[in-house]
Design a protein around this ligand. Structure first.
Ligand SMILES: Nc1nc2c(ncn2[C@@H]2O[C@H](COP(=O)(O)O[C@H]3[C@@H](O)[C@H](n4cnc5c(=O)[nH]c(N)nc54)O[C@@H]3COP(=O)(O)O)[C@@H](O)[C@H]2O)c(=O)[nH]1
Length: 749
């Protein structure tokens, strides 16, 4: 029963009621009282006065306010006005009174102060009560505690505010779209990423993401496919247009959002601008796949591109040409003019090569002065030749660097798919072989790969491999060929000539391995060995003859460029204890043509040591007369090509005469090489040639045999033993002269 229960109406009117009805009503009254006292809230009746004076309060008051119903009845302990939170009182009153006077129900939520001091949210619904005269007399209603609901609502609002703040202030773009590509919602960051002034600007501008946003509209279809398959997209990278038309890279992470029944509502996701990362990735990728100097694709991409080209040619039945291009004499320019000139030259050549081919072709810089061209979609082999002629001409056109004009040529080797191979590595190897042949054939030309060439190169590679251990295995020998003083017929020197005796194989001529040793750099080691052995031999020759016998050693161009050449020679002379003038160095004309400051310095350094310097093979090289004047050389060795044809070619005879005269006029001794007949010998003697060398006087011999020759000649007063003359014919240059005496008896030296 309510604590404020008054005498019940049933009791009041019971005398007038039948006992049955009275009992029924009393039962109802009891039930109502029990219901009210168990209600989660307060049923009340109050006056419309300043205190909201309660005239009836149900038992629920205790739980709601912490006060007993009788505490509130007639404001005995506290009024309801006082219970109401001060901040809410005014508007609560205003709202209730307005409703009451308007004879309307009211429904409102506000706060009260619980007896324990805590603030509780209540919800009150009520209506006004009027007397028989229609005068407003009281209010009746129900008040319940909604604090928990209010708190969860507040929590939800707080959470919403927090999420909204994150949404609004996120750096990443956040969006919701329909599956058909319309925006439902998005944050300011998204507008910012896409370059719009505001979210409204973006909303007004983009109505179809697929068409207006993605650079490649297929990307949206791809996005939808992934979404449909997995319910989400992860790290989806695409290029999109910004408002101003710029293209940026974005990455998206998104998912489907469905309702409880599984119906798709929208997609929601995030967008990040990854343009900067992409830029750096592209930079790294570019650097890994391109040559930084020329901007051409580099070796890393070659095999991929070549494989693609092979696949393409195979599918369409085309010809594919792989061209290996190597600039001629680049190293010389690079070394002599400096690397900046070399670099500029490479850039120019790279541009020229790229201009000579079609867009579908590829030009790769392998490194150094080597390039590879992949010429695709060719119909016939003549097309390759035409392209190569174009390239030769383009490369050979003069180019100006730092105000200096350079003309370089190139050597090109070509292999063709499918004839020369089906695999990338084979085609490259064969093109490289062909390029090597082009170099050997005098540069500035192109050569197609052939099977025979392959054979030659296989042998070359075998030599190269075996050469590496030839010194350690003591497989080299030195032969010595006598030099004769023509006037006296005496042996006046020897030329040391290397031979290679591999185990279980015939003797190998230096012509077969010296060029390889030169190219691979092994010549430096071999050259040191020759020098040392020749000096040791010179020592032995001196002991046999009782006087020094000059020994000539060939120095190849690469050896000559060795930085420590002078030091090596000085050490060798000291170690073998021979006088410097006993050693003669034979330098080829082509070597002299490299008249760099370093080269001239080396020549003077060698001369300062006291060595004799000879120009070998004179007449076959660049034949610049300038170096004869300026370089500190002592001898000219006329190439055997001029001597061998003496009897048949009157021009050769004339050239011989001229060279002898030229050498003498410059104060040089003149030596003729390759003298094979008495006639030649006689002609040379008649024309004042100082010395001669050749089979007529003696073949190159192993050291022991040469020592025997020396011993015999010593016994024979210094003259070499006589040879029969198999070519004893008239001098072609001087028909009036009878047979020349091939071996004039000379006085001992
Ligand atoms: N860098 C080095 N080069 C060397 C060395 N040893 C030799 N060589 C060079 O190899 C080339 C071939 O030499 P080789 O087969 O020894 O031929 C020499 C003579 O045998 C040959 N010769 C001598 N007389 C005659 C002759 O009457 N007729 C004829 N047809 N050939 C003859 O000439 C070669 C000597 O030439 P050159 O050196 O120009 O005087 C050759 O280029 C050698 O230089 C080495 O140790 N290092």
């Amino acid at each position: 029963m309510p604590a404020n229960s008054e005498p019940s109406a049933v009791a009041e009117f019971s005398p007038r009621l039948s006992p049955k009805l009275r009992a029924l009503l009393q039962d109802r009254e009891r039930m109502l009282g029990m219901l009210m006292s168990n209600l989660q809230g307060v049923v009340y009746c109050c006056l419309l006065d300043a205190d909201w004076t309660m005239v009836f309060v149900s038992e629920g008051c205790r739980a709601l306010t912490g006060y007993a119903p009788e505490d509130l009845l007639f404001n005995k302990r506290i009024s309801y006005e006082e219970l109401t939170l001060a901040e809410d009182r005014r508007w609560v009153r205003q709202l209730i009174e307005t409703a009451a006077h308007a004879r309307k129900k009211f429904d409102l939520e506000y706060r009260i102060i619980h007896a324990d001091g805590s603030i509780r949210w209540v919800q009150e619904s009520g209506f006004p009560l009027f007397n028989d005269h229609g005068e407003l007399v009281a209010l009746e209603g129900f008040i319940q505690d909604v604090t928990a609901r209010k708190h969860s609502e507040q929590a939800a609002r707080d959470a919403e505010a927090r999420y909204r703040s994150i949404f609004e202030n996120a750096i990443e773009g956040i969006y919701q779209t329909t599956p058909h590509g319309q925006y439902l919602d998005f944050n300011p960051a998204l507008a910012r990423i896409y370059g719009y002034e505001s979210t409204q600007d973006l909303r007004n501008s983009i109505s179809d993401i697929q068409r207006q946003l993605y650079v490649d509209p297929e990307k949206r279809a791809e996005y939808i496919d992934i979404m449909q398959a997995h319910g989400e997209v992860r790290n989806f990278e695409a290029q999109v247009y910004r408002k101003n038309g710029d293209i940026i890279w974005i990455t998206e992470n998104a998912r489907e959002v469905r309702d409880r029944d599984g119906r798709l509502l929208f997609y929601e996701g995030t967008v990040e601008d990854i343009s900067e990362r992409k830029y750096y990735e592209q930079q790294i990728e570019y650097q890994a796949t391109h040559d930084m100097l020329t901007g051409l694709p580099n070796r890393t991409v070659l095999s991929d591109r070549l494989q693609q080209a092979i696949n393409f040619a195979a599918r369409y039945g085309n010809i594919l040409a792989v061209a290996f291009v190597d600039l001629d004499q680049f190293k010389f320019i690079n070394d002599s003019m400096g690397h900046h000139v070399g670099d500029s030259l490479l850039v120019v050549m790279a541009e020229r090569l790229a201009q000579c081919v079609r867009d579908s072709d590829t030009v790769v810089r392998l490194g150094g002065d080597e390039f590879v061209l992949l010429l695709c979609s060719l119909q016939k082999i003549e097309d390759v030749s035409h392209s190569m002629q174009r390239i030769l001409a383009a490369v050979a056109a003069p180019c100006t660097i730092d105000g200096l004009e350079f003309v370089v040529s190139c050597s090109i080797g070509i292999s063709v798919y499918p004839g020369d191979g089906h695999e990338a590595a084979t085609l490259l190897k064969h093109a490289d072989s062909a390029m090597y042949k082009a170099k050997q054939l005098g540069r500035n030309n192109f050569q197609f790969y052939t099977r025979e060439l392959n054979q030659v190169l296989t042998e070359r590679m075998a030599i190269e491999y075996r050469l590496r251990h030839a010194i350690e295995n003591e497989e080299f020998l030195l032969y010595y060929q006598p030099k004769i003083e023509l006037a006296s017929g005496r042996i006046c020197g020897a030329e040391a000539l290397i031979r290679w005796q591999p185990p279980d194989a015939p003797l190998v001529s230096p012509l077969s391995f010296i060029p390889i040793a030169e190219e691979t750099g092994q010549i430096e080691k071999i050259g040191r060995w020759v020098l040392y052995q020749a000096c040791l031999a010179a020592n032995r020759f001196q002991r046999i003859l009782g006087r020094p016998l000059p020994v000539a050693v060939n120095v190849s161009p690469r050896q000559f460029r060795q930085r420590d050449l002078i030091g090596t020679i000085a050490e060798t002379l000291a170690a073998t204890q021979i006088a410097a003038h006993t050693l003669e160095l034979e330098i080829t004309e082509s070597c002299l043509a490299h008249d760099t400051p370093q080269f001239i310095k080396t020549l003077h350094g060698l001369k300062a040591l006291g060595l004799t310097l000879a120009i070998d093979d004179f007449g076959t090289g660049y034949s610049s007369m300038a170096y004869l004047k300026d370089f500190p050389v002592d001898r000219l060795k006329i190439d055997k090509a001029f001597v061998g044809n003496l009897e048949h070619e009157s021009t050769d005879a004339a050239i011989l005469k001229a060279i002898i005269a030229l050498g003498h006029s410059l104060g040089l001794k003149v030596v003729a090489e390759g003298v094979e007949s008495g006639q030649q010998s006689a002609y040379l003697l008649q024309n004042g040639c100082d010395e001669a060398q050749g089979y007529w006087f003696g073949q190159p011999l192993p050291e022991t045999e040469f020592c025997e020759l020396l011993a015999r000649s010593n016994a024979d007063d210094g003259r070499r033993p006589q040879n029969p003359d198999p070519y004893d014919r008239a001098d072609p240059d001087d028909a009036g002269n009878a047979k020349a005496n091939p071996t004039p008896r000379a006085r001992p030296g």
